[in-house]
Design a protein around this ligand. Structure first.
Ligand code: HSE
Length: 407
């Protein structure tokens, strides 16, 4: 018998308990040994559930029970999650988590601890919810040099942007709906300000490029400044606005990485990735383009990925899965080197002077017909370096200027 324990009975935790209870027989058959959830650590009481007898409120019961071989951490945040996970790994217990903050901030240390104690630390659900992406990157695509990874990595913001685009819904109402559906983080600021997506692209880039990339080193902009006007301008130009996380290996061998609202052509597949769905595009030197798609958040979709990791740990008790990477390195991250096109929005009464300033980088600088009273112009540039664009923007007078990249 393999016993497991669950730390946290929130949205994802309750999904894990539900699946592990409902699928106990199927999971046991897959492992070829019985597997059972023994403890659920949560300070709250949950009566009337088929597994209500499993609740405990002392972490040491899990830590000191040698029959517990796999522990699931789904409380989120850094503390006490880090302390619990590290203590379990040091005892030789394998740990599964959906906690992207934990992996993005402490993954290097925890993987090292797992290695030293012949245990596994798996985190498939930390990126893309239900989507298999960690295992494909570290196993199925391992024969490739990864060139680029980008995608929609946050379900809450994709849900909000989709509501703005399709229903012209205001931001706050859409955020409330996402929260009611259990998609948002406890503190939704990390969703809407881009930090959640930033942690996820850091995890993917770390795995793809072999050195730990910390969120503090990555440029990150959320969707709080995206307006219904931007959505309408983008639509007029043939684009939709998505929050995109992207990491690429540049020609100098360094990694460019960032998260920002981005205009995606309606011809691109990911322009049709809507609602809570996520999509991750991976480009490798042999496989070329591969796309991963599915529900990026929510109770059962995320729990499905967590339970798959539990099964993997149970199948590899005493054997390592060999996921590892090096610690971060100064100078590993760079600005993107390629020229790209931008969406530019600015305001100025002197239209002919604006048009003149942008004449070398944009052919169709026309007055907006969306907000004529604001003297606003919005346009798409030719591919241009960020430095050249910034030089022009610094030389003009504009009450408010906004630029978003285009892919
Ligand atoms: N808040 C996250 C999202 C949950 O909306 O994508 C899944 O990581």
């Amino acid at each position: 018998m393999i016993y497991t324990a669950l730390i946290g009975h929130g949205v994802v935790g309750s999904g894990v308990a539900e699946i592990m209870t409902k699928q106990e027989k199927k999971l046991s058959e897959s492992i070829k040994e019985d597997i059972k959830l023994k403890y659920i650590l949560d300070l709250r009481k949950f009566e009337g559930l088929p597994y209500s007898d499993k609740f405990i409120n002392d972490f040491n019961i899990i830590l000191n029970d040698d029959s517990v071989k796999v522990v699931v951490e789904v409380i989120g945040g850094l503390h006490p999650a880090f302390d619990f996970v590290k203590a379990c790994l040091q005892k030789g217990k394998s740990v599964v988590t959906s906690n992207k903050e934990l992996v993005a901030e402490k993954g290097y240390e925890l993987i090292k601890t797992a290695n030293e104690n012949n245990a596994n630390f798996l985190f498939e659900a930390s990126v893309g919810g239900t989507i298999p992406i960690i295992r494909p990157l570290t196993q199925c695509l391992v024969a490739n040099d990864i060139k680029e990874i980008y995608g929609i990595l946050n379900g809450t913001t994709n849900y909000i942007l989709n509501k703005m685009i399709v229903d012209s819904m205001d931001f706050d109402t859409a955020l409330k709906l996402a929260q009611n559906n259990g998609y948002a983080e406890k503190n939704p600021a990390s969703d809407i300000e881009g930090l959640d997506a930033c942690r996820k692209i850091c995890i993917l880039a770390t795995l793809a490029f072999g050195k730990h990339i910390y969120p503090k080193d990555v440029s990150c902009e959320g969707i709080t400044n995206v307006t219904l006007d931007d959505v309408a301008y983008a639509n007029n130009f043939g684009y939709v606005i998505k929050l995109i996380g992207k990491a690429a290996k540049e020609e100098n061998g360094k990694i460019s990485i960032g998260v920002a609202p981005t205009l995606v052509s309606k011809d691109e597949i990911i322009s049709n990735v809507n609602g809570v769905y996520n999509a991750i595009m991976v480009k490798g030197d042999s496989c070329d383009d591969v796309m991963f798609y599915g529900r990026g958040a929510g109770k059962l979709p995320t729990a499905s990925a967590v339970v798959a990791d539990v099964v993997d740990c149970a199948k590899h008790l005493g054997a390592r899965k060999y996921i590892s990477w090096e610690d971060s390195e100064e100078g590993f991250i760079t600005e993107p080197l390629n020229s790209i096109s931008y969406y530019v929005l600015c305001q100025n009464n002197d239209f002919s002077s604006l048009k003149n300033s942008f004449k070398d980088i944009a052919e169709n600088v026309v007055k907006s017909n969306i907000n004529e009273d604001k003297n606003e112009i919005a346009f798409i540039t030719k591919p241009v370096s960020k430095d050249l664009l910034n030089n022009i923007l610094n030389s003009i007078k504009s009450n408010s200027t906004k630029t978003y990249k285009i892919i």
